[in-house]
Ligand binder design. Structure first.
Ligand SMILES: N[C@@H](CCC(=O)N[C@@H](CS)C(=O)NCC(=O)O)C(=O)O
Length: 313
């Protein structure tokens, strides 16, 4: 992480914890919204992501669904978190930064604020003209793409329709601590008690989602919304990485028939399938030295739904 604009060499991917060993996630610092869509697009918008990252993948899926691929440039970091954090490079599917001399994500933070203190996380929405971060919080970037850039894309898809907003917010809250962040709370717990707490709320919520999807096609209402994106990115990583590395092994997602059917429904939509890179997910999670010192990447699992993904990923 960065402290007053300097990269700390003793860097720990396991974030803060409380006195009981519970994982605490840092809040994002850059939270600007876009008020003038046309001039923002004219100035140039770029999205920095890593395909391993569920939060970044939220924004990737929204970018594809809303027809923003031609409008928002994409740059991709390598999946492994090294001693210098996220790096641009040559892993298949990764890219260069697009900025002379920038090889690591943390440099984007210090270009924006040379005194920045905090973690250098992805996703990052970047202002290409002024060379600075607009926003580094995926929940905000979902709103920026869907609502703030609506004058540009005019998409038929509305991921946050007025009449469902309260239900979407409630659903999102109901899966954030237990599921989206719940897997990290289990994986990065540093006490048995903290792990147990995380596992109980994770699997209680998954059991209730299983019931929900027995009679509902979508997370909220009868249409695709941002809640589906938020749930999807955790579900696709679950059996591939969390089940082993984060010890979320009470059950796998493939043992929840209704959730699995829901996952397959979403994977039939191109924007969901094309932004799911199993190679990045496996290489990335299993590179977390604090949890997997040997950094060995497992062979399996071979899952039924991989057939929906583009070949070679
Ligand atoms: N609240 C942020 C979280 C982003 C986040 O934690 N990203 C992780 C990757 S999945 C990251 O960049 N971690 C690097 C670090 O913590 O130093 C969001 O939703 O955008």
């Amino acid at each position: 992480m960065l402290v007053n604009g300097k990269w700390l060499s003793k860097w720990d991917p396991v974030q803060k914890k409380d006195s009981e060993g519970r994982f605490i996630r840092q809040s994002s610092v850059f939270t600007q919204r876009i008020t003038d869509a046309e001039s923002a697009v004219e100035q140039g918008l770029r999205l920095y992501v890593a395909y391993i990252c569920p939060w970044a993948t939220r924004t990737l899926i929204a970018r594809s669904l809303l027809g923003l691929e031609e409008i928002i440039e994409l740059k991709v970091l390598e999946p492994q978190l090294g001693d210098l954090g996220w790096k641009f490079g040559s892993f298949p599917g990764a890219t260069k930064s697009g900025i002379e001399g920038v090889e690591f994500a943390h440099q984007l933070y210090t270009i924006t604020d040379d005194q920045y203190t905090g973690r250098a996380t992805v996703p990052i929405l970047w202002d290409m003209q002024n060379n600075k971060i607009i926003n580094n919080e995926s929940s905000d970037i979902l709103h920026i793409f869907n609502e703030d850039l609506r004058p540009i894309h005019n998409s038929d898809i509305d991921l946050y329709p007025m009449e469902l907003q309260q239900d979407i917010d409630a659903f999102n809250d109901s899966i954030y601590e237990s599921v989206n962040n719940g897997v990290y709370r289990a994986g990065f717990a540093s006490s048995q008690q903290a792990y147990n707490e995380a596992i109980v709320s994770l699997f209680e919520r998954l059991e209730s989602l299983e019931l929900h999807f027995q009679s509902n096609d979508y997370a909220v209402g009868k249409q695709l919304t941002q809640s589906d994106i938020r749930l999807f990115v955790t579900l696709t990583r679950f059996d591939v990485a969390y089940h082993g590395l984060f010890k979320t092994n009470v059950k796998s997602i493939s043992e929840f028939p209704a959730i699995s059917a829901y996952l397959e429904r979403l994977l039939k939509i191109e924007a969901f399938a094309k932004n799911t890179r199993i190679d990045h997910i496996k290489a990335g999670y299993y590179s977390i030295k604090a949890l997997n010192p040997s950094q060995i990447v497992p062979q399996g699992p071979e899952l039924n739904w991989f057939k929906y993904l583009p070949k070679g990923t």
